[in-house]
Design a protein around this ligand. Structure first.
Ligand SMILES: C[S@@+](CC[C@H](N)C(=O)[O-])C[C@H]1O[C@@H](n2cnc3c(N)ncnc32)[C@H](O)[C@@H]1O
Length: 290
């Protein structure tokens, strides 16, 4: 039994604070894993090119499936099992216990670096410079925050690098709970607006979500189908503002009652990457409906 197999059998009270995850989060993990496998296989065949995996909100590398009650590997530990492997793995998280746990779980791997801190700073200060188009170094970066913790400038830096492809979990639930109120958008907490602006890059999200006519009391009101509209506007931003050449339609992830929680985006400068991602997203969109 390898050490990851042992982790899968570790009793829950011996794990750090881990998330209980539902069906759609399991699907998200499968999508990322399936794409990462294809990516690593293709780049491994190109002798001049090396490729790294970056998990910017890595968590502890383990979670518990809500339905079965069983331990499952998270995105980070799934990635280190991929064959052929990436040249190097960077895992970043702000939670010290999760970082410690992940360091222990990967202690025999010299190709893994687990970094404690804010990925918005760490990626720009150090990790992204390990990837570069003209240096033949490619990177797959996963942005999987719970909420509005990712900053637009980090996404922009990934796009400007030209050799980084991303998966990005668009945190609709946090937005709807804390920022995109149906009524009285003027009454929102300024700190929540600031979080949204940092995530979006400016205030233009307002134009997507609220009409300008106003209700009976003169307040702007939320437009019909606001989730879809804001997700489509973000897709356009990844493409036109950040500058990713290819940004396919994202996949929507729901709770057990069918409510929309997240949109999982993929963005890349690479046509083959887009083709594979589209195929994987389509497959799981159809599977997820059943
Ligand atoms: C949804 S979880 C990640 C789950 C992970 N992808 C998996 O499959 O197990 C989000 C993680 O982001 C971490 N986090 C929150 N803000 C962060 C930041 N600014 N930089 C790095 N990690 C952060 C949290 O501690 C949490 O572990």
């Amino acid at each position: 039994m390898d050490s990851l197999e042992e982790l899968l059998n570790t009793p829950i009270d011996k794990l750090p604070h881990v998330d209980k995850i539902g069906r759609w989060t399991l699907i998200k993990l499968e999508i990322i894993n399936e794409y990462a496998k294809a990516y690593s296989l293709i780049l491994n065949k190109q002798p001049r090119i090396s490729h790294v995996y970056i998990d910017a909100f890595s968590g502890a590398g383990i979670a518990i499936a809500r339905e079965s009650g069983k331990n499952v590997l998270g995105s980070a530990l799934n990635a280190i099992r991929i064959v052929p492997p990436f040249k190097k793995y960077y895992f970043i998280d702000t939670d010290e216990d999760k970082v410690q746990f992940l360091r222990e779980a990967t202690k025999n791997r010299t190709d893994v670096e687990v970094i404690h801190g804010d990925s918005n700073k760490i990626l720009i200060d150090s990790v992204f410079s390990e990837v570069g188009y003209t240096e033949y170094k490619r990177g797959l970066c996963v942005f999987d925050p719970y909420g509005l913790h990712l900053h637009w400038q980090t996404v922009q830096a990934a796009a400007e690098n030209k050799a980084i492809e991303i998966f990005l979990n668009f945190p609709l639930m946090d937005m709807n709970m804390n920022v995109l109120w149906r009524k009285n958008p003027e009454g929102q907490d300024p700190l929540q607006i600031e979080r949204m602006n940092r995530f979006w890059g400016d205030e233009s999200w307002r134009d997507e979500v609220y009409d300008t006519i106003g209700d009976l009391f003169g307040y702007p009101s939320k437009v019909f189908d606001a989730n879809k509209k804001i997700a489509e506007a973000f897709r356009k931003r990844l493409n036109e503002v950040a500058g990713f050449e290819f940004v396919p339609e994202p996949i929507v992830m729901r709770n057990t009652s069918g409510g929309e929680l997240y949109y999982l985006f993929f963005a890349s400068h690479n046509k083959t990457g887009e083709k594979i991602a589209k195929h994987v997203l389509k497959k799981y969109r159809e599977l997820g409906r059943n």
